[in-house]
Design a binder for this molecule. Structure first.
Ligand SMILES: O=c1ccn([C@@H]2O[C@H](COP(=O)(O)OP(=O)(O)O[C@H]3O[C@H](CO)[C@@H](O)[C@H](O)[C@H]3O)[C@@H](O)[C@H]2O)c(=O)[nH]1
Ligand SMILES: [Mn+2]
Length: 608
């Protein structure tokens, strides 16, 4: 709401898919605070304009304004956060507070997050004089919405929520540009709207641009990126590369779309945006009338027998609804723009535990693989519509899931073969080993160069390599099996939301870059089994080589020894988690036990 942009042209919508009175209450509190906060931001050019981010970063008025004024606004902010926290703890809103806004009565009925009527409440409306800030300036329109949820109707997760949002906003503001951000991100740059509009308004290219995507950056990364979540290389290299062949993918958040394009419009050379298309100020209807109209658009039956989720809006049926929607927009002839300014436009929360990271990657790999196998396979669907290189850029993610199989092979079979004295690679002195050495060296040197040049640390790169292996043998494997199960009709699509909170000790370990296991998950059994197996094979293999004719054997087994040794070095944090650490985040004993049994089994069963 505090963007450096004419307030009467901005409308902010909060989609609460949980339909919670607490969220409504928090938004109502925020709308009151905005009347003081927004003029304060504009007066002193505050940055970032998320009060939570601003007050956590800055510890004084820094000669910005009088200390009194600064403390006053800070106290105000602390008061509202305390009131909201108290309400969340008690789980309900007092009658006194409820009397302040008609919206609270929406919860008079028996509402649950999965069963409730559509709720649309316009908390602030540009035309309304009460909605001005404490200096008398207009404030942006602010709307709370929770689309209708009924157990008998499928709600299509985030895509369903976004489509309801597109319709609801069409009767309230109908602005030609829609920006969307996830609930776990905030705006970090008050000029982003202007930056994005520059692309759409470009005289030569502007009419070709369907969306402007800002990268996902995080404010909670640790120095060495323990879970490989920095995505700097993806943001700078992959997205930057795609920008030059047609445009980056839509990644679900931090993106500006033209409304008409989300609604299915094809590109034509003579396309011209109607910048006066919005309906703000033009309508004579009262707020209540508009709300009623909007509610009917957020009904759970509204989309029955319509093209929504297919030809119109965000696509349904894919866990990565963003990628497939963006691909289809590109195939309708539009270009997109990757905008990565030095001061990040949006900051979000990266997962802070291994389990959350693996879950997120499972959804991404599964989502992209199911697109790859569907009618939206970039090579087939994009054929003749987008460049081959653009299709290839899209397919990188699509092939993550099947990549799990060769990786599993590489982390198990050569090590087992080493232990059993079977050689799998050419001898180290033979010329035939050169392709292997070439691939390993060049791949690693290049990825190290990319990581360092994108601002990652050396240790961060190393951690990332570990995470690549771990993700491939767990998340991607699960993504693969789940996609296959869905294809066979054995299971249905889900959207596992990544958790946004963690316990205090957990956060401490995250800051110290200690891997978090804690609870027993089947993924950990895979990780621990592979780690143990490699340790046993390395020790066993080495001792056989040392006791046998070692100079001949070393020549034959060096490649396997190096591979197995590298895996053992990569896995050091897992051995520590199993046998050394005493904290709560260590590998659960049950997982260690199960892994030992599986490793034994793998040694006994004649796999190689
Ligand atoms: O039923 C649902 C499920 C999710 N969401 C919203 O979807 C957003 C993304 O969910 P999150 O759990 O934060 O997912 P991430 O793993 O961070 O999601 C990434 O990947 C998704 C596709 O897999 C994209 O849609 C996201 O924008 C992108 O940030 C959040 O704002 C949620 O509130 C809904 O509104 N309704
Ligand atoms: Mn998220």
């Amino acid at each position: 709401m505090a963007y450096n942009y004419p307030a009467e042209k901005i409308s902010v919508y909060l989609s609460d898919d949980g339909g919670s009175i607490l969220t409504f209450y928090a938004l109502w509190e925020a709308s009151l605070f905005a009347k003081h906060w927004i003029p304060f931001c504009k007066r002193y050019n505050i940055e970032p304009r998320s009060p939570a981010a601003y007050f956590s970063e800055s510890d004084g008025h820094q000669d910005l304004c009088s200390p009194k004024e600064w403390s006053l606004i800070r106290e105000m902010y602390e008061d509202i956060t305390q009131r909201i926290d108290r309400a969340v703890l008690s789980g309900k809103i007092s009658e006194e507070v409820k009397a302040n806004h008609k919206g609270f009565h929406e919860w008079d009925q028996e509402n649950t997050s999965k069963n409730h009527q559509p709720i649309v409440q316009i908390l602030m409306e540009g035309k309304d004089k009460n909605a001005n800030d404490d200096e008398g300036n207009v404030l942006p329109t602010l709307v709370y919405m929770a689309r209708e949820k009924r157990p008998q109707h499928h709600h299509n997760f985030k895509a369903g929520a976004m489509n309801a949002l597109i319709r609801v906003s069409s009767v309230i503001s109908n602005s030609p540009i829609i920006m969307n951000v996830d609930c776990d991100m905030y705006s970090n740059n008050c000029d982003t709207i202007r930056d994005a509009l520059c692309f759409f308004l470009d005289e030569e290219m502007g009419h070709k641009i369907g969306f402007v995507q800002f990268p996902q950056n995080y404010n909670n990364l640790t120095k060495n990126n323990i879970y490989g979540n920095s995505h700097q290389v993806t943001n700078q290299v992959l997205m930057g590369g795609m920008d030059s062949v047609g445009g980056p993918m839509y990644v679900g958040t931090g993106c500006f779309h033209r409304r008409e394009i989300l609604c299915g419009r094809r590109f034509t050379e003579d396309y011209k945006e109607d910048w006066n298309g919005g309906i703000k100020d033009k309508t004579q209807e009262s707020i209540v009338e508009i709300e009623e109209k909007a509610k009917s658009l957020a009904a759970s039956t509204y989309e029955h027998d319509t093209q929504w989720g297919d030809e119109i809006g965000i696509k349904y049926g894919y866990p990565a609804e963003d990628i497939v929607t963006g691909l289809e927009i590109h195939c309708r002839g539009w270009k997109s723009v990757h905008s990565n300014p030095p001061r990040p436009a949006f900051l979000g929360v990266a997962p802070t535990t291994l389990a959350q990271t693996l879950l997120q990657h499972k959804r991404w790999s599964e989502g992209s693989f199911s697109i790859f196998l569907s009618k939206y396979c970039p090579f087939m669907f994009g054929h003749g519509k987008i460049k081959l290189r653009h299709q290839m850029g899209y397919s990188i993610y699509g092939l993550w899931a099947p990549n799990s199989i060769p990786t599993l092979y590489y982390v198990i079979i050569p090590s087992l073969a080493l232990l059993k004295g079977i050689s799998l690679f050419p001898e180290i002195t033979s010329p035939w080993i050169s392709p292997f050495i070439y691939v390993v060296c060049v791949k690693n040197m290049y990825s190290l160069y990319e990581a360092l040049s994108c601002g990652d640390t050396l240790k961060g790169w190393w951690n990332e390599q570990r995470m690549w292996m771990v993700r491939r043998i767990t998340s991607y494997l699960y993504g693969l099996t789940d996609t296959v199960r869905k294809l066979l009709g054995l299971s249905k699509m889900t959207f596992a939301v990544t958790s946004k909170v963690s316990e205090e000790n957990e956060s401490k370990r995250y800051e110290q870059e200690i891997m978090e296991f804690g609870s027993s998950a089947p993924e950990y059994v895979i990780i621990a089994t592979v780690a143990l197996l490699n340790l046993i094979c390395l020790v066993g293999g080495l001792s056989q080589i040392l006791t046998g004719g070692w100079n001949i054997l070393l020549n034959v087994f060096s490649p396997q020894l190096i591979l197995c040794g590298m895996l053992v070095i990569t896995n050091i944090p897992f051995y520590e988690a199993m046998f050394v650490r005493k904290d709560k985040g260590r590998m659960p004993f049950s997982v260690t036990l199960a892994s030992i049994s599986f490793a034994m089994l793998a040694l006994l069963v004649p796999i190689v």
